[in-house]
Design a protein around this ligand. Structure first.
Ligand code: F6P
Length: 547
């Protein structure tokens, strides 16, 4: 039986009817008719500012979206998550990443115990370790201090710390340098090792399961490389692990003393706040890491307590639901106008698409409505000179999240005003567009012939009415970055709650992993398996090249 649980709700139907009216609306008229629109459709929380006024909606639309959220029992589902109920019902796990960023004095009960002391025991160990590496007390096997850290992990065990380390470049301590190797492609590991010395390199093997093929292969390669110079007994100074799987860590040869644990109730893509954040702490120092956690906690407190109509993650999520389910927009672009948020789009891809890229409800029924849009993007202004043409004049309408900071973390004159001007100009241009009349007037002013004006006009006309949100940070700092990531985590949760999917499992990545194992055995001449003609042909070509 198909799930009609969402689409049969009166609140959903009322939004569908409303969308038919809204189809004729032009945002430029909405702004012209309501000078207070910006004030009405924007919100501040946890130090961030969200302007969602450049969307095809009005206060009535928001009211109807809020009614949908209520009909989907959003508040009840939010309570269930914060209370440690088994929200991840296919893996039978709670979802408590928010507990990782509470103050030490808070109490978070899970299965009858307060888990905050356990969380702080690990944070305290991370702090001691970070301080030892920074002070040079932690030394390599020849007595030299650690100069380089290599984080070996993939997915949530890579994207979070990689994105955050890059985002907080201005806060990096002089030592150690932090590198990330994720890809099973040996070019990644090989290029990284070429720049390093085994005497001064420390590897962090980060894997929740400690079974992920890419990570295990890369970790084995790193260990072999190290053992060319160091000995087995030196490994303890050069390898630490972050995992939930103590047994597998021991089997790999890492001393459990050198293992930083986390818990089943932390999903991989929600794990940067746990020991998985160790490379971040090493890069920016533990005081800044604490500020990062505190920024996320401020957003958690807001999300948990603010009424839905003044709740930033809820509003951001509902605008996304409106664009996706009622206006039919299939992808969402993210454009951070901050070079240091270079990896933010990749991070959001995992967060949103691995969480809500689902076609089955929580109770196992096929879904008849759209779930996660495709998330993609790159930093501005670079994207403007690559794909913004399509955003302005392409046949698909793609909503965009613009993200920027009011104050830069550098002192170069001129750059930041230019950056902000471009960011605001893009959202204005996408919203306003440029009418035929406006184009013609411009072209006539250039003294073009009437024929040339007629020919040029359609090419230079912009449809406009293209939606965007703008998120402003005061400055890209540990606390504001923490709040920004938590904003998107909760947005993802709210959308999953409305779409009635389990946002915390990821069965869709399993099939490819299983087939890859089979094919690898074939490429290494250890097995033969029947395949379709295309896969067989490709395997044969690869075998002749490899053997
Ligand atoms: O491939 C999916 C996935 O399970 C992600 O959800 C996860 O973040 C990643 O693999 C890495 O997993 P692990 O931390 O267990 O190595």
């Amino acid at each position: 039986m198909k799930s009609d649980s969402l689409t049969s709700l009166p609140a959903f139907r009322q939004l569908q009817e409303h969308a038919q009216t809204v189809a004729a609306w032009q945002m430029r008229d909405l702004f012209a008719n309501d000078p207070a629109r910006f004030g009405k459709l924007s919100i501040s929380a946890a130090g961030l500012f969200l302007d969602y006024s450049k969307n095809r909606l009005d206060a009535e639309t928001v009211t109807r979206l809020l009614a949908l959220a209520t009909a989907c029992r959003l508040e009840e589902k939010r309570t269930a998550m914060f209370d440690g109920q088994t929200v991840n019902n296919t893996e039978h796990r709670a979802v408590l990443h928010t507990a990782l960023r509470v103050p030490r004095s808070d109490i978070v009960m899970f299965e009858g115990n307060n888990i905050v002391p356990d969380i702080y025991a690990v944070l305290d160990r991370m702090e001691r370790f970070t301080k030892k590496v920074h002070s040079g007390e932690w030394r390599g096997y020849t007595g030299k201090p650690i100069s380089d850290i290599v984080n070996i992990g993939i997915g949530g065990s890579d994207l979070g710390p990689r994105m955050v380390c890059q985002a907080l470049r201005s806060f990096h301590c002089p030592r150690p340098r932090v590198h990330f190797v994720s890809n099973v492609d040996g070019h990644d590991m090989s290029a990284t090792l070429q720049t390093l010395s085994p005497e001064t390199t420390l590897f962090i093997v980060a894997s929740k399961t400690f079974t992920t093929l890419e990570t295990m292969l890369n970790a084995g390669t790193a260990r072999d490389w190290f053992l060319q110079k160091g000995s087995q007994s030196d490994l303890a100074q050069h390898f630490v692990a972050i995992s939930t799987n103590t047994e597998a860590v021991g089997a790999f040869g890492i001393d459990p003393e050198n293992m930083f644990p986390f818990w089943d109730w932390v999903g991989g893509r929600y794990s940067v706040w746990s020991a998985i954040g160790l490379p971040v702490a090493l890069a920016i120092g533990f005081d800044h890491f604490r500020e990062f956690l505190a920024g996320a906690h401020a957003m958690d407190v807001h999300f948990q307590n603010a009424p839905l109509h003044i709740n930033m993650p809820v509003l951001l999520a509902l605008v996304g639901i409106w664009n996706r389910n009622f206006l039919g927009m299939a992808s969402v672009s993210v454009a951070p106008y901050l070079q240091d948020l270079h990896y933010f789009a990749s991070y959001l891809q995992q967060l949103e698409m691995e969480s809500n890229g689902k076609q089955i409800t929580r109770t196992g029924k096929p879904i008849t409505y759209a779930t996660s849009p495709i998330v993609w993007g790159n930093v501005g202004t670079n994207g403007q000179h690559a794909y913004f043409q399509l955003l302005h004049q392409g046949t698909d309408v793609t909503p965009i999240d613009f993200i920027t900071a009011l104050t830069p973390s550098h002192s170069l004159p001129g750059h930041h005003a230019a950056l902000l001007a471009n960011c605001f100009a893009q959202s204005e241009a996408l919203m306003l567009g440029k009418t035929e009349e406006e184009v013609k007037a411009d072209l006539k002013a250039l003294n073009m012939t009437a024929n040339e004006v007629a020919f040029q006009t359609p090419h230079r006309t912009f449809p406009g009415n293209r939606p965007s949100n703008t998120i402003l940070l005061p400055q890209l700092k540990p606390d504001s970055l923490g709040a920004l990531i938590a904003l998107y985590e909760h947005k993802t949760f709210v959308q999953g709650a409305i779409w009635d999917v389990n946002s915390f499992d990821q069965w869709g990545v399993e099939l490819g992993k299983v087939l890859a194992k089979t094919i690898q055995a074939e490429l290494e001449n250890q097995a033969e398996h029947p395949h379709d003609a295309s896969t067989s042909g490709l395997i044969q070509l690869a075998k002749s090249a490899l053997n």
